[in-house]
Design a protein around this ligand. Structure first.
Ligand SMILES: [Zn+2]
Ligand SMILES: [Zn+2]
Length: 257
């Protein structure tokens, strides 16, 4: 049994083929997936998918890259997070790769999400890219450790992983860990404590080897799991069970299949 802790099956690339996407999950033993929100505007579409499928959970957030989106208020996030299938706040965080000017609105948006997570008592899904120091600083200042969460699609170094683990966060590996050149990341994947490790696809992006460059989907979390199990020299079944347990512990999903 496997779980995809982070995907975007509400995006048209996957939503337009949803029956097949869900069938392939089942064929590959992927029993659940968390479909992560990136805009308020398209959230109804995401929630409709989660409502229609017991195996799909949802989160509420406005992605740090979405500069043109209207700022969500704390009340907006709290109101939407009350939906019964919403198990987390995010994705949120900082991305200085696409915003090299390091805008203050991005940090403010991140703080609003942390406040929403604390008030709704739901874990955070954090996206950080080329912004590790500021991300950790805001997590500390805003009390993100009170709710915890996951550093999704982790690509940072071991020191950053340790800092996030110290704040009670989980570390999630995507298809990037299967890439040949991801040497440092493979080392991190070997060292993260087994009870803090999650797996994800971030589909439709970042397809793992052997589908690199192609359209990704939740079923392919299996290839991420195979690589992490290989790196840790442990049976796939053991890694799958541990990472699935971690997922349901973190997101406290009542509807475990
Ligand atoms: Zn992300
Ligand atoms: Zn994402």
């Amino acid at each position: 049994m496997l779980v995809d802790s982070h995907c975007h099956i509400d995006f048209p690339e996957l939503a337009d083929d949803l029956p097949n996407v869900l069938a392939r999950m089942q064929q590959n033993g992927v029993t659940s997936a968390l479909c992560v929100g990136v805009t308020i505007e398209h959230l109804p579409r995401l929630l409709a998918i989660a409502d229609a499928h017991p195996s799909i959970f949802a989160s509420v957030g406005v992605h740090p890259d979405n500069a043109a989106d209207p700022e969500p208020s704390l009340d907006d996030l709290l109101r939407l997070a009350a939906h019964p299938k919403v198990v987390a706040i995010g994705e949120t965080g900082l991305d200085y790769h696409w915003h090299k000017d390091r805008p203050e609105w991005q940090r403010q948006r991140f703080r609003t999400h942390i406040a929403a997570a604390r008030q709704s008592v739901k874990p955070l899904i954090i996206h950080t890219r080329e912004a590790a120091a500021d991300t950790l600083q805001i997590m500390r200042e805003a009390g993100a450790d009170r709710v915890g969460g996951v550093m999704h699609c982790f690509t940072e170094d071991w020191e950053t992983a340790c800092a996030a683990l110290d704040l009670g966060f989980y570390i999630s590996f995507s298809g990037i860990v299967t890439f040949k050149n991801a040497v440092a990341l493979k080392e991190v994947a070997k060292r993260v404590p087994l009870d803090r490790l999650l797996l994800e696809t971030d589909s439709p992006y970042l397809a793992p080897v052997p589908f690199r460059g192609k359209l990704n989907q939740p079923a392919y979390v299996r290839y991420v799991a195979e690589e992490v199990a290989r790196l840790r020299e442990m049976p796939l079944e053991e890694l799958a069970a541990a990472s699935s347990d971690n997922f349901f512990r973190l997101f406290s999903c009542a509807l475990r299949p």
